[in-house]
Design a binder for this molecule. Structure first.
Ligand SMILES: [Zn+2]
Length: 169
C-alpha cells in the first residue's frame, strides 16, 4: 500500500484540523471587526458584571459600617467620646492643641526654676486658666511634680464645680 499523499489515512484528519483553526481565526476576525456579534457580548453580559460589581460594593460598605460600629463601641468603652466633648483640651481636634503647645514652648521663655515650688527644674508648660488661650501669659513653666499636682487640682476643681452645678439644678 502506498501511504504517501492522499492515500495516507491521516491526510484528511490533518487537513480538517487545519481548516478548523482557519475557520475559528476567521470567526475571531469577524468578532473583532464587528461583522459578527458574539453571543456573550451585549446586555446580558454587562448586567451580570454590573450585579457582581454592586454586590462587591455592597460588601465593602457593609464591612466599613461594621468597622465604624466597632470603633465607636471601643471609643465608648474607653471614654474617648466623652473626653472629646467635655475636656476643653480636646475641643475640636488634637492637632490644634499640639500646635498651640508647641507654640507656647517656643515662645514662653523657660525660667531657671519651677514657677510653683521654685526649687526644681522647670520641665513642663502648664496652662493657668484652663482655657488654653493663645497667650504666653496663660502658661507657666513647672517641674513635673508640680505640673502633676496642678493637673490633679484642676480636675478636682472641675469635678467639684460639676457637682455644685448638678446640685443647683
Ligand atoms: Zn515645682
Amino acid at each position: 500500500m502506498n501511504f504517501k499523499g492522499k492515500n495516507n489515512p491521516f491526510y484528511g484528519k490533518h487537513h480538517s484540523k487545519k481548516t478548523k483553526i482557519k475557520m475559528s481565526e476567521t470567526k475571531k476576525e469577524l468578532y473583532r471587526t464587528g461583522r459578527l456579534v458574539h453571543p456573550m457580548k451585549g446586555k446580558h453580559h454587562s448586567e451580570v458584571s454590573k450585579r457582581k460589581l454592586s454586590k462587591s460594593i455592597k460588601k465593602n460598605i457593609e464591612s466599613i459600617e461594621l468597622n465604624t460600629k466597632r470603633i465607636n463601641e471601643w471609643n465608648r468603652k474607653h471614654g474617648v467620646e466623652k473626653r472629646n466633648e467635655k475636656n476643653p483640651m480636646w475641643k475640636g481636634d488634637k492637632v490644634t492643641y499640639r500646635c498651640l503647645h508647641q507654640w507656647v514652648v517656643r515662645n514662653k521663655p523657660k525660667g531657671i526654676s519651677c514657677a510653683k515650688c521654685g526649687s526644681n527644674k522647670p520641665l513642663e508648660i502648664a496652662n493657668i486658666s484652663g482655657e488654653y488661650k493663645r497667650d504666653i501669659n496663660d502658661y507657666k513653666w513647672l517641674c513635673r511634680k508640680c505640673h502633676m499636682m496642678e493637673d490633679k487640682r484642676m480636675s478636682n476643681l472641675k469635678q467639684y464645680q460639676k457637682k455644685t452645678n448638678d446640685n443647683v439644678k
